[in-house]
Design a protein around this ligand. Structure first.
Ligand SMILES: Nc1ncnc2c1ncn2[C@@H]1O[C@H](COP(=O)(O)OP(=O)(O)O)[C@@H](O)[C@H]1O
Ligand SMILES: [Mg+2]
Length: 320
């Protein structure tokens, strides 16, 4: 389906929460504007406390901004129920009726969003198997681990086959295998023509997955763009891995300054500033009896971009 304009548009959103005994308002979102277009995977990045969950709650009408507005599907929605039908939402801390089984919970969700019983049953089976919970269908949710809850939350968000999927920290609480599976599900959603907007404080997940990222810090947008544009072609340095660890005099004879790298077990790791320097060093190392095991240009990652943009100020949690 070809759609004009963004699927989701956020314009100049601001929000404060009253805090402390005097209920002094503290800004958690300041003048945030951004857009999400059809069939994009957009990562919403920022350290803990940046305002990601607050923004996502506003999108889902679970919180309300002090200023600014959110437009969904170009404003072509009649009411809240219409929005809920077209959006799949997984909250950061999914709350479940613990005495239900996973299967019963999805049946309830299907009823709540007006799906037929037959549709709910077939979609539930498909999704429970997709998120790796087929075996836990008849297990009470109170016996689920955090990772299983997270997977059930994802199945719930996708049950009614929504056009736009909004996920708040979908990878948190998952082991590496689980994170890889969730990445696979997000990629499949894009392949099926859906749009995904998800928050994360894990930069590597976002870098691997997103068409575009929006970076938030202390409630303000600090960067936005296509991942390859933000990262760019810029090489930070060239890493050489050399064997064996040559003694200082032979390194000096090879033209390598003493502070160019470090020994890691039986290997020597060097950082050359550019191709010319790397080539000169390689020639010198070979002359002095070293073997160059690898030579890799290291590019700027989202982490460096984030640190550049926030100027090294308090960015706790950005890389955790
Ligand atoms: N209901 C609330 N009342 C008061 N402060 C809140 C509330 N919800 C969030 N905050 C504060 O708003 C800031 C942003 O929180 P949040 O949106 O959860 O960030 P993130 O999801 O990026 O970690 C935090 O400082 C948090 O303590
Ligand atoms: Mg959050």
């Amino acid at each position: 389906m070809i759609r004009q304009g963004p699927i989701l548009s956020i314009e100049r959103l601001s929000k404060s929460y009253p805090t402390g005994f005097w209920r002094k308002p503290v800004r958690v979102l300041s003048d945030l504007s951004c857009e999400v277009h059809a069939n994009e995977i957009v990562g919403f990045l920022g350290p803990n406390g940046a305002g990601k969950t607050t923004t996502i709650k506003i999108l889902n009408r679970l919180a309300f901004p002090d200023a600014g507005k959110v437009t969904l599907f170009g404003g072509q929605v009649r009411d809240g129920a219409d929005v809920r039908r077209r959006i799949g939402f997984m909250p950061e801390q999914p709350y479940f009726y613990e005495y239900l089984t996973g299967g019963e919970f999805l049946r309830l969700c299907g009823q709540l969003c007006g799906m037929s019983r037959a549709d709910t049953e077939s979609r539930s089976s498909e999704l429970l198997s997709r998120v790796g919970l087929s075996g836990a269908r008849d297990t009470a949710i109170r016996k689920y681990s955090k990772g299983m809850m997270q997977r059930l939350g994802l199945a719930q968000a996708l049950l009614h086959d929504p056009e736009l999927v909004i996920l708040d920290e979908p990878m948190s609480g998952l082991d590496p295998m689980g994170r890889m599976e969730v990445r696979g599900i997000i990629r499949d959603l894009k392949a099926a023509g859906k749009t995904v907007f998800f928050s994360s404080h894990i930069l590597s997940d976002v870098e691997a997955l997103c068409d575009r990222v929006i970076m938030l810090h202390k409630g303000r947008k600090v960067a936005e763009g296509r991942v390859e544009e933000l990262i760019g072609a810029e090489t930070l340095y060239i890493e050489l891995v050399v064997s064996p660890v040559l003694p200082a005099d032979r390194l000096a004879a090879a033209g390598i300054p003493p502070d160019a790298g470090y020994a890691q077990g039986a290997l020597l790791v060097l950082r050359a500033a550019d191709n010319e320097q790397a080539n000169r060093w390689i020639a010198g190392l070979l002359r002095e009896g070293g073997t160059v095991l690898s030579c890799v240009p290291v590019k700027k990652g989202l982490e460096e971009i984030f640190m550049e943009r926030v100027g090294g100020s308090d960015s706790t949690g950005a890389t955790s």
